[in-house]
Design a protein around this ligand. Structure first.
Ligand SMILES: Cc1cc2nc3c(=O)[nH]c(=O)nc-3n(C[C@H](O)[C@H](O)[C@H](O)COP(=O)(O)O)c2cc1C
Length: 195
């Protein structure tokens, strides 16, 4: 497996083949990939929805801005959620961590205050997003990371007591005519990023 070639060829899919669906085997792997994502002090302040039922996708698509069609036609939508409250995080996750991790949290993270802790938890969820976006093309699965969604509406539809949505990913297999694939739209990246 040539990782560089895979990353050169992965891209944000804009149009999906609505007839292609991920297999149960692929979904099992995806669940395990998300579960294995690393996080600071192993905090894992996340939970994931992996959605495929047409009714939920249709409801979410109404609140997905320019991603509407993708949410309707992709095989699955993964919503990456973060703890809604810091107190719940501290009650549920902290006691499961090593003493060293707990003391790191108490001395380095908690003093940052509510906004600081919230932002720290959100950054951990984005690590899971990065792992997912790298793993999917290795499995031959196309995807669309989506911040262009109405988080409040997603929250109301999903209705999780302890978690709120942060970012979503559509996944499936591309429409072969998708103009955004690198063979048609070459990748655009900075070259001046190494200091
Ligand atoms: C966190 C995040 C949020 C994004 N949100 C959207 C989105 O809502 N809709 C979309 O079509 N693309 C979205 N993108 C895709 C980016 O625009 C894309 O990754 C970037 O332009 C580079 O193109 P490439 O992924 O095709 O290489 C998002 C990407 C990331 C990492």
């Amino acid at each position: 497996m040539n990782i560089l070639k895979i990353l050169q060829e992965r891209y944000t899919t804009k149009h999906y083949d609505p007839t292609l669906r991920l297999s149960e085997g692929e979904l099992q792997q995806i669940r395990e990939i998300l579960r294995l994502a690393p996080s600071s002090i192993n905090s894992q302040p996340w939970a994931f929805d992996i959605l495929s039922d047409e009714e939920t996708k249709a409801r979410l698509s109404e609140h997905s801005m320019s991603n509407r069609e993708r949410v309707q036609t992709a095989s699955h939508i993964i919503v990456l959620n973060v703890y809604r409250s810091i107190q719940t995080f501290e009650e549920e996750r902290l006691p499961t961590l090593t003493t060293g991790a707990q003391s790191f949290y108490r001395s380095q993270i908690a003093p940052r205050g509510e906004e600081g802790v919230r932002s720290w938890m959100e950054r951990q969820v984005y690590i899971a997003l990065g792992v997912l976006l790298t793993a999917l093309p290795m499995m031959g699965i196309d995807s669309t990371p989506m911040e262009g969604i109405e988080l409040e509406a997603y929250d109301a539809i999903l209705g999780h007591e302890k978690y709120r949505p942060l970012v979503a990913v559509a996944l499936g297999r591309r429409d072969p005519e998708d103009e955004n694939q690198p063979s048609r739209t070459p990748k655009s990246r900075r070259t001046d990023v190494f200091l």
